[in-house]
Design a protein. Structure first.
Ligand SMILES: Nc1ncnc2c1ncn2[C@@H]1O[C@H](COP(=O)(O)OP(=O)(O)OP(=O)(O)O)[C@@H](O)[C@H]1O
Ligand SMILES: [Mg+2]
Length: 374
């Protein structure tokens, strides 16, 4: 069983008789240290950190009890040691001053043995409880700070993940598009081709005179060819295979050429320093932006001409898509509008690009994207 540590009390008094009386009252229960002046008391307190309580005389030469107390309370190392004043000054004013400067109690001389022991015991217990509570509070504070740190980290992760959600969705969408495109191309497309071959073979076996059935087969062949073309176009729109094989510029060229079937709109395509240039996974994103911009021109602009420019210059890739259509007020877009423009902004973020869109009613629309080439 561990033995309880005896508390240490410092008695400060310039009168040796008073020191003796206090030592006599308290030494059975506590370790006693003595100081005959305020200055000496400060020295002891600073060199002996284990002090539990101080009994401090008020009237002393040079540094009196109040001044000593003020110095002890202003030092963080000593401010928590409880101080009980012991004095023959018994006016209310003196007692109040003692409590004001930081004393926890005030005893008057001549002291009563029982009262001294009871007060000292009570203040030591109070001091111990305060220390324990302060310690517990400190532990809780550290725990709270840790929790706060963790919460902040979790919040930051959540924010980052929320911020990158649209871009992750775009990538997931591209992946899914590519999967569907492959399925349409290989499963559906191949089955249609097999069917077409079967019809061709069956038609070739028909008797020359069977004109009606022959023409029905011809019609079926025509319809099937039409469907096969549509399926191929759909599959290519979902995931243009040409990106991989012929690169970004030629894929954009094919897109503009296939859009030329609309006779009302003339699309001009320019490129510079782009031969054989690829930006890896960014290519599909750039292509999607061009695709959406062209869709928008067809759908909304009523333009007669559009210009697409792509170039690499001074380590910067830039894309400009301009039309001479009716334009729109970007500040005043209808609330029921679609997702195209928002998606383009997210796509630009995904390739670390700067996107700007300028449009004015009656003055057409211009979309610009740039990003640095590493
Ligand atoms: N080139 C353009 N010329 C005129 N108006 C345009 C042009 N591009 C976009 N707009 C206007 O901006 C709006 C928003 O375009 P956005 O692409 O976001 O949506 P949407 O084309 O209406 O629908 P979604 O793209 O989802 O099919 C359009 O509804 C249209 O009013
Ligand atoms: Mg759109």
């Amino acid at each position: 069983m561990s033995k309880k540590r005896k508390e240490t009390i410092l008695v400060v008094d310039d009168a040796p008789g008073s020191l003796e009386i206090m030592a006599d009252i308290l030494s059975p229960d506590y370790d006693i240290m003595v100081a005959k002046s305020g200055g000496k008391a400060l020295e002891i307190v600073r060199s002996f950190p284990g002090l539990d309580l101080i009994l401090l005389d008020v009237v002393m030469p040079e540094l009196d009890g109040y001044a000593t107390c003020c110095l002890l309370k202003s030092d963080p190392r000593t401010r928590n040691i409880p101080i009980i004043f012991v004095s023959s000054q018994i006016e209310a004013f003196d007692v109040a001053r003692g409590l004001e400067v930081g004393g926890v109690d005030y005893l008057t001389k001549p002291v009563n043995r029982l009262i001294v022991r009871a007060r000292v015991k009570a203040h030591l217990a109070l001091s111990l409880t305060t220390r324990m509570l302060t310690h517990e509070l400190g532990v809780h504070q550290v725990e709270l700070e840790l929790q706060d740190k963790e919460l902040r980290r979790a919040y930051k992760d959540l924010e980052e993940s929320r911020a990158s959600l649209p871009q992750r969705l775009i990538l997931a969408q591209e992946k899914e598009r590519s999967r569907i495109s492959q399925e349409i191309h290989s499963d559906f497309g191949q089955s249609l081709l097999a069917l077409k071959m079967f019809i061709c073979m069956s038609a070739s076996k028909l008797h020359e005179d069977n004109l009606q059935v022959k023409s029905a087969f011809e019609e079926a062949k025509k319809q099937l060819s039409h469907i096969i073309d549509k399926v191929r176009k759909l599959s290519h729109e979902l995931a243009p295979p040409s990106l991989q094989y012929i690169g970004l510029v030629d894929t954009i060229r094919i897109l503009t050429e296939s859009s030329r079937c609309d006779k009302k709109l003339k699309i001009h395509f320019f490129h510079r320093n782009m031969n054989g240039v690829t930006f890896g996974t960014k290519d599909i994103i750039i292509f999607r932006i061009v695709q959406e911009a062209i869709h928008n021109i067809f759908k909304h602009s009523e333009a007669t001409e559009a210009w697409i420019k792509v170039l690499c210059q001074n380590s910067v890739f830039s894309l400009e898509i301009r039309d001479n259509g009716k334009g729109f007020d970007p500040e005043n877009l209808s609330k029921s509008r679609g997702l195209g423009l928002d998606l383009m902004k997210e796509q630009a973020l995904l390739i670390q690009g700067d996107l700007s869109m300028k449009s004015q009613i009656g003055k057409g629309t211009t979309l610009n994207i740039t990003f640095p080439i590493h």
